[in-house]
Design a protein around this ligand. Structure first.
Ligand code: G3H
Length: 482
């Protein structure tokens, strides 16, 4: 069943992890509650953000750079004291394994420090003057206004903060809505927000999107919609805004990143990278490899060795050592993955690993499908879970044409050795996606690198450096003398 149960003014948050209770029953545990806000409370949070921004004249948007940094430093030092609670909730709420949960927390802390440093640099740069045609210009970056931030369940801390932190430091005020799964783990940090920022600068809304987020958009008072998630919710929210021309967007959306394995690839390396690329956090990453193209000369060997490795992966609870595969937080996900497998099989694919598709209540063992017909749903839908479509190709033009036709354009992984083959291919691939990973799986980090995509995969660019720009506007003071 659903892990979030709405019970009047509060929502009960249940764990993804199932345990045996005192009476012997097996099931999710009640982890805690969060408020189930109504429209009026959500609009109050918006009012607070608008008042704090005060059309650019509030305390926060006009605050000196060093004072804003001091608030952020205070926040991050208080945040660090809550590491254990947040890591524990990452495991229980969304089933992320221990090393990845710790990484998510530490990476977020690091992200905040990098943001502070980059912001200082931006300020130093703005102290420089340009002079053209007798006019001196003193460039500054100013805030955009009130930002609605919404992060996804797969990185409920890190990606929510990858929007929130740069938006804040640039002087915007923020309303943020935690993801449906991973909502509780943000609550230990709310006190740190309260202690560190002036009133109304950071506002959280709990509740169902259509009850709390849609009415906020509907007021037309949101200047920036910052969202990492699926295109459907992104479009639905934008549609609520009465004046879309005024609304700025910063969005990380869906992707269908392919791996292309050339005949001269180092197979050990390619297989290992494809394992982590397809299955870390059970494939629930926008950057996950979601389709594998393997050259026909090596397809049999690749498939055999890849499938054996998939079957050797350990499934278990997130805190158990060596566990890569963990329970899935979305109750409908195992059934959906099963549908994709059945559909691909009905169109000619085989499940080529022994354990593929083994189903339990909140898990489905990863299935490797080969050869996948392009009519199969798993070929075009973003599966966001443990199912791996494999296709073989004869000419490199086949995957290139598919990528050119795709609605997505985030990243690609390219495996091969001969630089004479790789170099021209890379030149083409960078025109189809935004990041080419050479002999490695796709990923967002390190967070200083631009994170974006072509077509339906993104709007604007995230990363420490780019996000400061995405959440601000370039302004300048012009004068005749220096
Ligand atoms: O869900 C998409 C995330 O941005 C993936 O980030 O590559 O660090 O796992 P990651």
């Amino acid at each position: 069943g659903e892990l979030l149960k709405w019970e009047g003014a509060f929502a009960e948050v249940y764990s993804t992890i199932q345990t045996r209770s005192d009476n012997g029953e097996y099931g999710p545990t009640l982890l805690g509650t969060v408020p189930d806000m109504d429209k009026a409370s959500a609009l109050q949070a918006l009012d607070a953000a608008c008042n704090a921004y005060n059309k650019g004249q509030g305390l926060w948007p006009t605050m000196k750079v060093e004072d804003r940094i001091a608030c952020m430093e205070k926040f991050v030092s208080q945040m660090k004291t809550r590491r254990a609670e947040v890591v524990k909730l990452l495991m229980w709420e969304i089933g992320k394994n221990l090393p990845d949960s710790e990484k998510e927390f530490d990476r977020t802390v690091e992200y905040i420090y990098y943001t502070i440093e980059d912001y200082k640099q931006l300020d130093r740069d703005s102290a420089r003057f340009a002079k053209h045609g007798g006019v001196y210009a003193h460039i500054r970056r100013g805030p955009l206004g009130v930002v609605l931030c919404m992060g996804p369940y797969n990185y409920p801390l890190n990606e929510t903060f990858a929007l929130l932190i740069p938006a804040l430091i640039m002087g915007n005020t923020v309303v943020f809505k935690p993801a449906k799964h991973g909502v509780l783990l943000l609550t230990p940090l709310l006190e740190a927000f309260k202690n560190s920022f002036p009133e109304g600068v950071v506002n959280v809304i709990f509740g169902r999107g259509r009850v709390v987020a849609a009415p906020i958009m509907n007021t037309g008072r949101i200047d920036v919609l910052a969202l990492i998630g699926n295109s459907k919710s992104a479009i639905a929210l934008q549609d609520q805004h009465p004046n879309k021309n005024r609304l700025r967007l910063v969005m990380g959306l869906e992707a269908k990143n392919p791996a292309i394995v050339l005949p001269d690839a180092d197979l050990d390396l390619a297989i290992d990278e494809c394992i982590s690329g397809t299955l870390s956090f059970n494939g629930q990453r926008c950057t996950a490899l979601k389709v594998l193209y393997v050259h026909e000369d090596i397809a049999d060997e690749f498939n055999r060795r890849f499938s054996e490795k998939v079957d050797a992966l350990k499934f278990g609870n997130p805190w158990e050592p060596g566990v890569m595969l963990t329970p899935l937080p979305e109750p409908g996900k195992p059934g959906y993955i099963k549908e994709l497998i059945d559909d691909a099989v009905s169109k000619g694919a085989k499940v080529i690993n022994k354990k593929g598709g083994e189903l339990s209540e909140n898990y489905i063992y990863p299935a490797v499908l080969y050869p996948v017909n392009k009519e199969a749903r798993v070929y075009s839908e973003e599966q966001f879970g443990p199912v791996i479509p494999v296709l073989s190709f004869k000419s490199i033009q086949e995957p290139l044409d598919d990528m050119a036709e795709s609605n997505y354009g985030q990243q690609v992984s390219l495996f091969g050795k001969d630089i004479k083959t790789l170099a021209p291919l890379i030149d083409t691939l960078v025109n189809l996606v935004c990041r080419v990973n050479l002999n490695s799986s796709c990923q967002r980090g390190p967070d200083v690198y631009p994170f974006t995509g072509r077509k339906d995969s993104a709007v604007g660019t995230l990363s420490v450096h780019d996000a400061l720009r995405s959440f601000s506007i370039r302004t300048f003071v012009a004068s005749k003398d220096n």
